[in-house]
Design a protein around this ligand. Sequence first.
Ligand code: ATP
Ligand code: MG
Length: 250
Amino acid sequence: MEDFAADPSHPRYDSLLKRHLLESAAQKGMLAESALIAHGRGEAYDYLIGEKTIETAMTATKHALYRLKIANNPVISVNGNTTALAGEELMKLASLLDCPIEVNIFYRTPERMSVLLNHLEEVKQKFGLNVEILGASPDARIPGLEGPRAKCCHNGIFLSDVILVPLEDGDRCEALVAMGKTVIVVDLNPLSRSAKMGSITIVDEITRVAKNLVSMFEDPEEVLQLPFDNDNNLRLTLKHINQSLVELSS
Ligand code: ATP
Ligand code: MG
């Protein structure tokens, strides 16, 4: 982060830092060309929720953590943006959950895969984590998807019963749900197909979500065992946004 010059007192410091992380990731070849556009869409929604973890997001995060903890075969699936922004925290979460992390990208090229896998390997060494990093040799397919984006690892995504899959494309999310998995989506846009398709959708920014999951991990008080109604939680999220806009405009 040597080349990041913004002052921490800058009102948009966090946002500038995330952009910088993504710029560096793009230079290293970690991102698809549309990655910065996808981030921009997320930023716009983050403004609408106030750039903080709102109550409905915290409820979804607690449920997600509970489901991950009681899963038989949990897995964390990461793409380029997620790896760049939250690779460290999600590797720590994988270590806590004792589950694999699988690099699974929409626009799969051998070069991008290897840069992403190397990045996670460096995080693993840096923190001395015992985490299986999957994705190098996909040996299974997600039914219902065509082409390279169906590829996945048998011992990771394919066999998983609960999958944390931030910033996922709506189609693939739907295909994972159709496989009978509990699909935990992280998406700042409560209107996206992914958000609507997910079993548990956390409408929050991925770096905040990853930090929350790690920090709440040891705290049994933070885990909810009640059933979770995703459609209702999304409705409450939209109400929150609506209410904030009403207040701001009155
Ligand atoms: P679909 O309707 O198929 O789900 P989409 O609107 O989700 O499509 P994509 O480009 O597939 O579009 O995914 C990007 C999504 O990720 C956007 O909805 C955006 O809100 C969200 N997003 C981008 N950056 C972040 C981030 N840092 N944290 C959380 N969500 C993010
Ligand atoms: Mg999506």
